[in-house]
Design a binder for this molecule. Structure first.
Ligand code: 5AD
Ligand code: SF4
Length: 548
């Protein structure tokens, strides 16, 4: 029996997808999953290094596991993802409770590592007292040390690198089941189109942990979309760190073992104009979007994240405009409104170019008069080294000008392994970072509120996700009240006649709540696309009534 696995995911959507693929592979090998870490024989953390906060959570979890391992010396602990790749064996030296390290570029090797680690731990746990005495450290403090990292080879640089990219096999192995673990049909899925990143923004660890940009072959991507659609998925989100840079040159594709291997990134040459090479030998991002839209018609919504503000060609904007099932939502991080800081961050564009892009995107795609607005969201970093009040005010101005529907605002956190940590002193005091963070959040909340209020009176097709968080809490409270101390609560039972509150999303990624209509059950509505009239709004959520 391979044992029960608890897998917890930290960080981004890319990690969520990696975790899904890893669990599919392990399930196929007979591993069972448990939502309860205490019931697990194998604990895996799929980690993120982008910001310090996510790492701290993992460190504290690992500290708790050291206790648990004293009780269960055969337990296997694995750290997957970016923390494993960046810290390497130093992580095991600091936390010997860790048996497995597996970087994001090596996840296809996890089953083998896990198998070895399980055997090693079992044999350690059954050591005789003499053998145990011979070791200086008790069983629970010895790691099985199964390690798979890209290490120095993380920038897969040789021309044959693509052929060696067995990671494609992990994406190809995706076990697509129409059922989620907990029953309902899965309606929304991620599909990776590009791995890694070639941008080297100075604050960012991703190019070092996820390696060079590699584009997956379009045939693999379209086939995966078709299989997901056949299994009941209606919404697909294409994933890449710089998703609009997708570009696959067919002539240079390599075939290994009957599988077309992805290729390393080539510099994007499209600009605002059409790509001169585009055509039969090249699949650009615009081509890929068009092909998925046309070849997988049962996908009602096609999304993509994250876009890079440079080199976003008109060809992509035209495809979005002309293909109704491609969502009019762009997540395009600007990071700062200061040209000086954009240079220090190595972002490769100036504020004026960013604004030019936004204006161009809106000219193509913002058509509220026909019920098809464009919504944009962004990311900002406050307190990047040397950020002055003036730089910060430029970020406030850009946020106002960009009119994001929402933005993700982060305080700069120096990350080991990045360019910025070596080059620049983290010289903006924490209190100022916090204050700037709050100021930007305040401006964003006001903008979000204004944008929400503009939606009142309009109707949208929304995709129903299920019960709202508020509703789930309300129902959980109801259950707790009825079973105080395991017994039925005293007092008369009051019949709850409130309709359950449902949550859904517009194609522009606005959140909408609405009462479940009396003739329908929440379960039956989940995953459906409904028309909803917006009647009220606050900064975060629109409220409406379903028109069915
Ligand atoms: N500090 C703060 N924020 C960061 N991000 C990436 N690296 C850092 C860092 N070192 C933010 C960027 C990016 C998002 C995913 O995380 O805004 O767009
Ligand atoms: Fe990091 Fe910049 Fe690449 Fe985004 S584009 S993953 S911020 S290096």
């Amino acid at each position: 029996m391979p044992g029960a696995v608890y897998l917890e995911t930290f960080g981004c959507q890319m990690n969520e997808l990696d975790s899904e693929l890893v669990s599919g592979q392990l399930r196929a090998l007979g591993y069972q999953f448990t939502p309860d870490p205490e019931a697990a024989d194998i604990v895996l953390y799929n980690t993120c290094s982008v910001r310090e906060h996510a790492e701290q959570k993992v460190w504290s979890r690992l500290g708790e596991l050291a206790e648990a391992k004293r009780e269960k010396p055969a337990m296997v602990v694995g750290v997957l993802g970016c923390m494993a790749e960046r810290d390497g064996v130093a992580l095991i030296n600091r936390m010997p409770v860790v048996d497995i390290l597996c970087g994001p570029g090596e996840l296809d090797r996890l089953p083998a590592l896990l198998d070895n680690a399980v055997r090693t731990r079992r044999s350690l746990a059954s050591e005789s007292p003499e053998v145990m005495r011979a070791h200086r450290r008790p069983v629970e403090e010895r790691s099985a040390r199964e390690v798979a990292l890209q290490g120095g080879a993380s920038r897969r640089s040789s021309t044959l690198a693509a052929a060696g990219d067995t990671l494609e096999l992990l994406d190809l192995s995706r076990s697509i089941s129409p059922l989620d673990d907990d029953g309902p049909v899965k309606r929304s899925a991620y599909v990776r189109i590009t791995r890694g990143c070639n941008k080297f923004c100075t604050y960012c660890v991703v190019p070092f942990t996820r390696g060079a940009e590699i584009h997956r072959p379009p045939e693999h991507i379209i086939d995966e979309c078709k299989r997901l659609a056949d299994a009941g998925v209606v919404e697909i989100t294409l994933l890449g760190q710089t998703v609009n840079h997708y570009r696959f040159e067919h002539a240079s594709a390599v075939t290994v073992g009957g599988v077309v291997q992805p290729q390393k990134g080539r510099a994007f040459t499209g600009g605002h104009r059409r790509d001169p090479l585009a055509g039969s030998q090249v699949t650009t991002f615009a081509d890929l979007l068009r092909r998925i839209h046309d070849e997988v018609p049962s996908i009602a919504r096609l999304r993509f994240v994250t876009s890079y503000p440079r080199d976003f060609g008109d060809d992509v904007l035209e495809v979005i405009r002309d293909h109704p099932r491609i969502c009019r939502y762009l997540h395009v991080p600007a990071q700062t409104g200061s040209d000086r800081l954009l240079k220090l961050m190595n972002r490769g564009y100036e504020v004026a170019e960013y604004i030019e892009f936004l204006d161009r995107a809106r000219a193509f795609l913002h058509q509220p008069q026909i019920g098809r607005p464009l919504m944009v969201s962004g990311d900002f970093i406050v307190g990047f080294p040397t950020e002055t009040q003036e730089d910060f005010e430029a970020s406030v101005r850009l946020l106002e000008r960009a009119r994001y529907k929402n933005s993700f605002i982060f305080k700069y956190s120096p990350r080991p392994g990045t360019i910025a940590i070596d080059k620049f002193e983290d010289d903006v005091p924490e209190a100022i970072k916090r204050e700037r963070n709050n100021t930007l959040l305040g401006v964003q909340t006001r903008l979000s509120h204004e944008i929400s209020l503009e939606q009142i009176g309009l109707t949208f097709d929304v995709m129903v996700e299920g019960l709202s968080v508020k509703e789930r809490k309300r129902q959980a409270r109801g259950q707790i009240a009825l079973t105080v101390h395991g017994k039925a609560a005293p007092g008369p039972l009051v019949l709850d006649t409130t309709s359950p509150e449902m949550v859904a999303r517009t194609d522009t990624d606005l959140i909408v709540t609405f009462p479940c209509p009396a003739a329908h059950t929440p379960e039956a509505l989940a995953g459906r696309i409904l028309r909803v009239a917006i009647t009220d709004a606050n900064a975060l959520t629109l409220k409406g009534q379903a028109l069915i």
